[in-house]
Design a binder for this molecule. Structure first.
Ligand code: FAD
Length: 506
């Protein structure tokens, strides 16, 4: 069959959903094609026995509160989607075992954050004040940049926001050192590096501080009905506004005209033509679904140069006791053997660092009464962890890794969970690669690096993948990975498409 639309959106992950929702709201004839039987991509749930497990979300950043909403809540409000969320009061508990180890809990909210950091690392007061100024300047500089539509006056930036410019060209660790933080305070403050997947001595300070600021302001945002609740809300909004969604529809080809313009996609023998196509699918895969003559050499070179971001081994554990009975008080616990993010990164195959969430601490009724669930995320930065894993020993690998990390968690926290496990499921990079078709099972799009950090990407975004008729959205685009940014990238893609269609008189 041959179908014709104003816009085809490929993929119903966070970016595809927000893009389709906004485009449908604008009254366009939109269809979203999704290879799975449900929306959300990573933002989904899995059901085992009487447990519905959150598949991916630890925490949403930059949510604000109901009274003072920030970016993420505003996105849902703007799309008319009900997205009930709680704000977790602690940022995290970080436990570092071994030499120079510590057990620190940082709190959300500016005053409580400063108080808890000073209590954990006495003598940090002056440095905290400097950090606070820098975070405020970063926010002001970004607001100015937004007001100028991404074209700030260079002199204003140099004279008014010089601190921001300096921080933006250094790593997190370099900036924290320059602010005078002690080794321990740096290690504690750098805990969130895992959420961007790049060690603090390489990670861009501006990018990291933007995230840190978002968490300090209002704590972790946790949706009351898991991330799948948010995905369903967005999918309903697409339909409510007259858009269509076709599930179980895997796009296998991007269609181009003689002018190398994308004019549609093909899926299962059907062809969907459109004035504009939005891809929530990673460029690597789109290029593999496009004839080589239609893609630019410059873009292919960029894709070859980029590395993939981290993947995860995840344990979804359902326990037949409540969190209170087990003595679990923390929503997020980071565990590491060493205090430096570089060592944690290098030791990824050896309990380098992992994070454990107990959803019931934030949302008490997230599982049936008398039970609770735990979500272990073990980052996979290299192929060391899965070296030697073959189809015949894959099950054994999953079972051994689960035992190893659960035993470590029990030993480190003194909380015993292994004798009350009712359900357990293990996902690996292979699971993610199979589910999304993402290269190497990357969960975080392209790896951030010094040459390919957030600043560099934003500055060169307008020149990347200039393919007529095609706009990308999702965690693999310029702003990097994460729930908030992928929702925002969908809205940006929709705005671009609306502007292009307006130019064409649609
Ligand atoms: C374990 C884990 C934990 C995470 N924790 C957090 C966290 O705590 N906080 C945070 O902010 N971020 C977190 N993230 C990252 C976050 O989940 C992602 O950045 C975000 O969900 C990516 O959204 P996306 O728009 O890129 O879509 P994706 O989720 O990548 O979805 C793409 C969609 O396209 C579909 N698709 C692919 N190919 C085709 C095709 N050929 N035809 C049709 N459809 C296709 C897929 O099925 C999928 O539905 C985590 C990720 C993982 C994996």
């Amino acid at each position: 069959m041959r179908y014709v639309y104003d816009v085809v959106v490929v993929g119903a992950g966070n970016g595809g959903l927000s893009a389709a929702s906004k485009l449908a709201q604008a009254g366009l004839k939109v269809i979203m094609l999704e290879k799975h039987n449900l929306p959300g991509g990573v933002a989904t749930s899995l059901v085992r026995g009487r447990f519905e497990f959150e598949a991916s979300l630890h925490e949403l950043c930059d949510v604000g509160t109901e009274e003072q909403p920030l970016a993420v809540r505003n996105i849902f409000k703007g799309l008319g989607v009900d997205a009930p969320m709680v704000n977790e009061k602690n940022l995290f508990r970080a436990i570092v075992t071994g030499e120079d180890g510590y057990d620190v809990t940082l709190k959300a909210g500016e005053a409580l954050f400063e108080e808890s950091l000073e209590a954990a690392c006495p003598g940090s007061g002056k440095s905290i004040k400097k950090l606070k100024d820098l975070l405020a300047k970063t926010r002001e500089a970004l607001a100015y940049n937004d007001r100028m539509n991404g074209r700030p006056n260079k002199l204003v930036m140099i004279f008014k926001y010089s601190k921001f410019l300096i921080a933006a060209s250094h790593s997190v660790d370099e900036v924290l050192r320059s602010l005078g933080f002690s080794k321990k305070a740096r290690s504690v403050l750098e805990t969130y590096w895992l959420y961007l997947g790049v060690p603090a001595d390489e990670l861009n300070a501006f990018h990291y501080f933007q995230m840190l600021r978002g968490y300090i302001d209002s704590g972790a945002g946790v949706p009351e009905h898991k991330s799948y609740g948010l995905s369903l809300g967005l999918a309903e909004s697409v339909l409510k506004n007259g858009g269509e969604i076709r599930y179980n529809t895997e796009v296998d080809r991007f269609l181009y005209d003689d002018d190398k313009r994308v004019i549609g996609v093909a899926a299962g023998g059907d062809e969907y033509y459109a004035k504009q196509v939005v891809s929530n699918v990673i460029p690597h895969n789109v290029f593999n679904m496009s004839e080589r003559r239609n893609t630019a050499e410059k873009d292919r070179k960029l894709l070859n140069a980029r590395r993939f971001g981290l993947s995860f081994v995840c344990l979804y554990v359902g326990l037949d006791r409540s969190a209170e009975e087990l003595g679990i008080k923390d929503y997020t616990v980071f565990v590491a053997k060493k205090d430096s993010s570089r060592t944690q990164y290098d030791d990824d195959a050896d309990l380098g660092v992992y994070v454990v969430n107990c959803l019931n601490v934030a949302v008490p009724d997230a599982t049936p009464a008398g039970t609770c669930s735990m979500f272990f995320s073990i980052p996979v930065f290299s192929d060391k962890l899965m070296n030697g894993v073959e189809p015949e020993n894959y099950k054994q690998f999953k079972s051994e890794i689960a035992k190893r990390y659960i035993a470590d968690y029990e030993q480190v926290t003194g909380i015993r969970i292994s004798d009350c496990i009712e359900e357990i499921s293990v996902a690996t990079p292979v699971t993610f690669a199979r589910y999304f078709g993402s290269p190497n099972g990357t969960a975080y799009g392209y790896r951030l690096s010094r040459w390919d950090g957030l600043m560099a990407r934003i500055l060169s975004a307008a020149d990347e993948f200039k393919i007529k008729g095609l706009t990308f959205c999702g965690g693999h685009t310029a702003s990097g990975d994460g729930f908030g940014v992928s929702y925002a990238s969908g809205l940006e893609a929709a705005d671009r498409v609306l502007a292009l269609l307006k130019e064409e008189g649609v």
